[in-house]
Design a protein around this ligand. Structure first.
Ligand code: NDP
Length: 363
């Protein structure tokens, strides 16, 4: 079955995902990033587009390129473990690209979980790592993976105005007997800033309730939000629809990713493109299922849970019930077959980066 979360309009052109990944990887290689790190970063960005998460895919490439050119993102960081126990580690990312640092940290968490049932790894001195789900899904199909990060301040906490907290995502990946696995991957703001960027690129308004202006009034203008607005915590403005719970979740992510690791937190997290090093913090957990119940039995139980929820009575205004991760999984399968849609303005940006570095863009 062909399915895409967002069906592209005539402003989009498709490109094969392998060609797109080779292009992005080449960009990082030309900038001096080592082969393995360039591969991981390109794979993470293209994975976002494959999974229908346009907000965090290759449209973000310029930001990483600018960070490297501005000297705030190191291409060859000295990533090292600062402190370690059988089940924990604290990693110093030395201000490298967030993706390879996060990949290595999650690998450490999984290795510890393999030997000691659980692995928890904190990271300091990192940068934006793309989609949180990428690292949580590394644990599949034998373990449960959890991935958290803080981000530069883009949201206002409940009853406050101005950018004070990050969009701090939470991702939890859990294996089922059959794909799609359960993959919850979400910002703790009602929408991540990337969705505002997508609306700005398309020249459309954002839904009421995603963001506020400097006085705290709701705004639907994406360009204003990008310059001076603030996002609203998951659940919305104020307490009525549970916005305070999104605020609390965001801070909880910041406690683990920022406060516990020695990274920056809240309003003090920087942007990957500079002007100062971002000092983003991440937190990863891998859980060895066999330490609780046999992994086969667990996957069967998850399958039953998944199918029970999916086969529940459908709301009269809905077409079907979804499981977290299912739309992304279907979109990925579809786009691997028919190509990744890129917006006209994203293509222009990628082509320009390519021209500057002497790399031909594949379309
Ligand atoms: P979405 O709101 O698009 O989706 C959130 C989750 O809900 C996904 O797991 C999604 O599954 C699931 N979902 C969607 N519809 C349904 C449904 N009807 N029933 C059940 N589950 C459903 O995500 P966000 O916009 O909040 O976040 C987008 C991305 O941005 C994430 O990958 C996140 O990690 C990333 N991000 C990164 C940040 C950073 O600083 N690095 C900051 C903030 C966000 P599915 O995937 O299948 O659609």
């Amino acid at each position: 079955m062909l399915y895409e979360k967002h069906v592209p309009d005539e402003e989009y052109t498709r490109v094969g995902y392998r060609d797109l990944k080779s292009f992005v990887k080449e960009v990082f290689l030309r900038l001096g990033v080592p082969e393995e790190d360039a591969e991981i970063t390109a794979d993470n960005l293209v994975a976002a587009d494959l999974r229908g998460i346009e907000s965090h895919g290759v449209s973000r490439l310029k930001r990483y390129v600018d960070g490297i050119k501005n000297g705030v993102v190191k291409t060859r960081p000295n990533v090292k473990v600062l402190k370690e126990s059988p089940s924990t580690a604290l990693v110093d990312g030395d201000f490298g690209l967030g993706q390879p640092i996060a990949y290595k940290a999650m690998r450490i968490a999984m290795e510890k979980a393999k030997n000691n049932c659980i692995g928890a790894v904190g990271v300091r001195n990192s940068n934006h790592y793309g989609i949180a789900g990428y690292y949580a899904m590394m644990a599949l199909p034998d373990m449960i993976g959890i991935s958290l990060t803080n981000s530069r301040p883009l949201a206002a906490h409940t009853h406050a105005v101005g950018r004070s907290i990050g969009t701090n995502p939470i991702a939890i990946a859990v294996p089922c007997k059959q794909e799609p696995h359960f993959v919850l991957d979400m910002a703790t703001s009602t929408a991540p800033i990337g969705k505002i960027e997508v609306a700005s690129r398309k020249g459309v308004k954002i839904p009421e309730g995603w963001a506020i202006d400097e006085e705290g009034n709701i705004t639907v203008d994406p360009d204003y939000v990008l310059k001076r607005g603030a996002l609203v915590p998951l659940g919305g403005l104020g307490e009525e629809m549970g916005g305070h719970k999104g605020y609390g979740l965001s801070v909880a992510v910041d406690v683990l990713s920022g406060v516990l690791t020695g990274a920056a937190w809240g309003p003090f997290v920087g942007a990957t493109e500079g002007p100062a090093p971002a000092n983003v913090g991440h937190f990863f957990i891998a859980i060895n299922i066999d330490c609780f119940i046999p992994v086969d039995e667990f996957r069967e139980r998850m399958e039953l849970l998944k199918m029970t929820l999916k086969n529940w009575k459908v709301h009269p205004k809905a077409e079907r019930i979804w499981i977290p991760g299912e739309k992304s999984w279907l979109t990925e399968r579809t786009r691997k077959e028919i190509g990744v849609p890129l917006h006209r303005r994203t293509i222009e940006m990628l082509r320009k980066i390519g021209e500057e570095l002497g790399i031909r863009f594949p379309i």
